[in-house]
Design a protein around this ligand. Sequence first.
Ligand code: ADA
Length: 564
Amino acid sequence: MRLFCSSKLRNTKNLSGLWDFVIDTDRVGYLEKWYDLFPVKKETMCVPFCWNCVPEYFKYEGLAWYQTVFEATSDTYLLTFENVLNEAEVYVDGICVKHHYGGFLGFQVEGSGKGKHILTVAVDNTHNEKNTIPLSRVDWFHYGGIAGNVYLDCFEECYISDHRIDYELTGNRALGNVEFNITGEYIGKVQIYLGEELVAETDAHSGKNNLKVDFGCIERWDIFKPNLYLVEIRIEGDSVVERIGFREIEVKGKQILLNGREIKIKGINRHNEHPDFGFAVPFSMMKKDVDIIKNMGVNLIRGSHYPNPPELLDYLDEIGMLFWEEIPMWGFYDKKSLGEPLTMERGIQMHDEMIRRDCHHPSIVFWGLHNEIGTDIEEGYEITKNFYEVVRALDRSRPITFASLKVESDVCLEFADIVSMNIYPGWYGGHDPKKESEEIRNKIQSHLERVGSHNKPFIISEFGAGAVFGEHSLYNAKWTEEYQSELLRELITAFEEDENVNGMIIWQYCDIRSSFELELTRPRSYNNKGLVNEYRQPKTAFYTVSRLFNKMDVNQEGDYDENI
Ligand code: ADA
């Protein structure tokens, strides 16, 4: 879903709703050709949704089949899947038309034939410890299902199948480069509009087209002034509309500059998850989260640990919230998983898809390569180098980073424009956050000097403590709301005073369901480091952080408004 009209001509149909559904515990569906003949013994499942949010399938991880019928009103059609967790095999009228690996990012299927069609999708969220992204052992739950919308577009003739708009700014003058692809036979005109204004018109043809466009004088997008522009690419019979916010984000020495002005990051990590919806969080819920987060005085959300839905990113664009986006590559520590060719291949594909899908969002300021992998070993170096090169080639306009836990041994920092470290002083280990944090930060600085990365910006990409909602104690014990609140108060104050720290990103906004692999170290089977619990009830730390973050911002003075 998008928050603006993404075409002036298309009559897009949303195929979401109730689909036929059957789980395939014994994996016999392929042999028995369920794509030809769907089992009679079936039920229904919502699309979008995650099957683990239905009580019977709370624990199910594996293969399941979905089916629906759609009607193409013309000979050429395009199916768009927003998010299938985690692997999809798509059949139209019993014929396999697409295989796609990886959740959180969409894919498209082109087809032909006017009339009714049967659409069957085999959805598999099986994982392993070797080459699935994510691996089995992650600190979130492996929800399965068609977790995003499915759309149908029908075309009489040709259509715009891909587009990319880049720009360069000189002051407030924007010069653009518009690239798009036309599928089908086409020789005719293309018009480019900025809002209602025609800014370019020229000849276009089937296949790849590329043109320079002078967008003229624009108003920049910024945190406090999120100016957005609609750019339309129009050919005969089709139109696509993209939304752009013109801005510059760059690293200069130890500074992070947004439109030439230094910014300090007051961030929060957020999983896009809710116990009632899994990863298929409705827009109203995501918006509510983001509004609460903004009110806390936060200026950046790290989308830990996977790409977030387009409508959420659209909303961040609209309110001027910064975003760090990454792929779900978490905890690949060893040679076995990092050295696997499939790990590299899948990781590169995910970066490619993420950047192509999301590069137009001004809110996205950093691309994250991965989270807490073996960046201290050769295989970690190889994969980081490859990811860095791929991401750099796809987008030269944003700084690249990754969240490391190798505070004294990271050998990959040459591939980070911004150094980011996850540290947990006062939580994993001792009880003295302030002292431990000083020791860790000193170690980090020495390491950065050793490897020559001390002149780059440095962000603390995770820190926090677990608190079970409603747990209190007079003795400042771990897992209580008091301990979490006090730890965050001490660390936020210490990081703010440290001139080497360009930003901090709290772990985390809300409690989230963890994986079976981690449940014994996670009370209630949840990661309890949220400032609010999984139902968004605030813990003590929520108010502490809101007060501290709001005071840190000269542009946003005042305490958290407890009335919202
Ligand atoms: C890591 C990881 C998070 C979470 C956190 C924790 O830093 O990146 O996903 O698991 O640790 O709670 O320990």
